[in-house]
Ligand binder design. Structure first.
Ligand SMILES: Cc1ncc(COP(=O)(O)O)c(C=O)c1O
Length: 334
């Protein structure tokens, strides 16, 4: 519960369907991506040439950096955000301009738009952001995109948590060539292990991005599983509904224990701990009971726990373990 993966197994009948796609042909032949492209284009309501599959959202991010960023160019990103943005900046020798969240965990949009100038090559934002949840509204996306267009800057909206998250920048790809939307099959679709994601953008950008892609942009099995889950969307929507329900329950239960719980649009909660509880020690104690959670320590997240939310019964077991822990003498946790 520390990496925002799907934390429950697929039901046996879904596993049987997925296994049935592991055919001898799927293993020995090179991948055939067209069926997934066709289905994805239809599902998203975009043209086939506005899409490019990738090895997870991460592979998409890497391609965008490799395609557009030259050494010394500037990249604007919120901080803290997804840990790989600084890594891809370092990989491409870009200058990272980090826009920090306030101590109260807010980040006004003006702070980002004002940071964009003619030297900015990319603005990379996770929507919703993680580990501090920040959702960019439609009007904020419009304003950001306008600013990016003025400076010929590419706006990259990382929607790894779609559709846990609210809204999407996808409709703007039809209006602007300065936008790339990145999505993942790792989160709501629960396929983190097979590394499948995609980019959606103006067809000219997709043409450019094609130039740095590997010979095959995704694996046969990942694509077969992704296609099956798109054809049976209810597996994903049912899981998202379970997470939403568990998240609401978890927040109430934590509040009942005198703890705050932040976040609503991903599959995780962020818990600011009181000073008498040390995040690392609490995380260590929960680990001994079988719950791996993440202790965040870097400002402005000093002493916060981040916990991936799964189905309701898992949330109930976590709260029971947490209560058990807090009932014990607190010296061990402070
Ligand atoms: C905001 C964000 N973007 C991208 C990713 C990477 O997703 P993928 O597994 O599709 O590479 C993550 C994974 O945690 C994430 O939180």
């Amino acid at each position: 519960m520390d990496r925002n993966e799907r934390t429950m197994d697929f039901p046996p009948e879904v596993m049987a369907e997925l296994r049935a796609r592991v055919t001898p042909f799927a293993l020995r032949a090179y991948p055939e991506p067209e069926p997934l492209y066709q289905k994805l284009a239809e599902w998203l309501g975009v043209a086939r040439d506005q899409l490019l599959l990738s090895s997870g959202a991460d592979g998409a991010l890497r391609s965008v950096f490799e395609t557009y960023v030259e050494p010394g160019e500037e990249v604007v990103a919120a901080a803290p955000s997804y840990a790989m943005y600084p890594v891809y900046c370092a990989l491409t020798d870009a200058k990272l301009k980090e826009i920090p969240f306030d101590a109260n965990l807010s980040l006004p949009i003006d702070r980002i738009t004002e940071a964009v100038d003619d030297n900015t090559k990319l603005v990379v934002l996770a929507n919703p952001n993680q580990p501090i949840e920040r959702v960019y509204t439609d009007s904020e996306i419009t304003a950001l995109l306008e600013t990016c267009q003025q400076h010929k800057t590419l706006l990259v909206m990382d929607e790894a948590y779609f559709p846990f998250g609210q809204g999407s920048a996808l409709p703007w790809i039809k209006r602007s060539p300065y936008l790339v939307v990145i999505r993942s099959f790792s989160k709501a679709f629960g396929l983190a292990g097979v590394r499948l994601g995609y980019m959606a953008s103006h067809s000219e950008n997709i043409k450019q991005l094609h130039k740095v892609r590997a010979m095959y942009e995704a694996h046969s099995l990942g694509m077969a599983f992704g296609l099956y889950l798109l054809e049976h969307e209810e597996i994903m929507t049912d899981y998202v509904a379970q997470v939403r329900q568990a998240l609401a329950w978890l927040k109430k239960a934590l509040e009942g224990m005198g703890l705050e719980a932040l976040g609503q649009w991903t599959n995780s909660v962020l818990i600011p701990l009181p000073p008498e509880l040390d995040g690392h020690k609490v995380a260590g104690a929960l680990k001994t009971q079988g719950f791996w959670v993440r202790a965040e320590k870097k400002p402005p997240l000093d002493n916060h726990l981040r916990i991936t939310v799964g189905p309701p019964e898992q949330a109930q077991r976590l709260i029971a373990a947490f209560k058990n822990l807090l009932a014990k003498p607190q010296e061990a946790l402070s």
